[in-house]
Ligand binder design. Sequence first.
Ligand code: NAD
Length: 261
Amino acid sequence: CLRGKTALVTGSTSGIGLSVARPLAENGCNIVYTGFSDKQHIDNIKSELEKHEYVKAVYIDADLSNSDDIARLGDQINNKVPEGIDILVNNAGFQHVSLVEECSAKKWDSMLTVMLTAPFLLTQHFIPAMRCKGWGRIINMASAHGHVASPRKAGYVTCKHGIIGLTKVVALETAGSGVTCNAVCPGYVNTPLFQEQVTSLSTNRGITYKEAEVEFLSRYHETKQAVDVCDVASLVLYLCSNAASQITGSSLVIDGGWTAK
Ligand code: NAD
């Protein structure tokens, strides 16, 4: 039970982040959620999460590719959530597919800011209070691409390898304090980020979405099946439990056997 605790889940208006926020709220955890979306969807998420007894959900608008917004997010949480953050899930991210020589410096910078600098600055911001409370969970949404590379994904693969390094350092620095820091490394999960890539394969090859999905997954997952978002969320929930207090500095893969090859 996480009643009385508060989680910040970045990028929780969609996909994995939203799926992570749901079971946390179901277990009584207050949620601070962020990410892009329209007002109606943002309001719907609040109503959905607050259906659970005692749970409060607070939305904060922040573009994590902008370092002023990252700092503002920390400050706004200090004001709006005086009890502080017990669980930090650094989840926001996006994909960009191009050859190294075709990836603009601007795109590279924005990927590194969202997927490395924001997790670093938010971790830095929330660690002191977690240490004081003697309990905290920092979970970084990395990827199987934190362990292996694919062509045309330089920025993404760099960020995901990098976040595993940050995870290890934070785990060593917080060891024994009641704070743990781990990375979750999914293979392909059925979310908009994955669906965009399947749609683009189906368009390029003139095949149906279903055929493209099978072809896409066969290249990577030994199981040939996508990972369910709810299974990623269950892993995050487990890492938040007291049973996981000795798991720190790990990068847990959930990838249909991809990185076992
Ligand atoms: P998604 O596109 O469904 O959701 C991404 C979330 O991040 C959204 O809420 C979006 O608004 C937010 N976001 C994106 N750019 C942002 C920015 N500049 N500022 C603030 N918020 C921003 O994607 P997803 O598949 O749920 O991905 C979530 C995380 O999981 C990412 O870090 C991704 O790299 C990782 N991941 C996804 C997969 C997959 O197959 N879907 C696999 C491995 C890892």
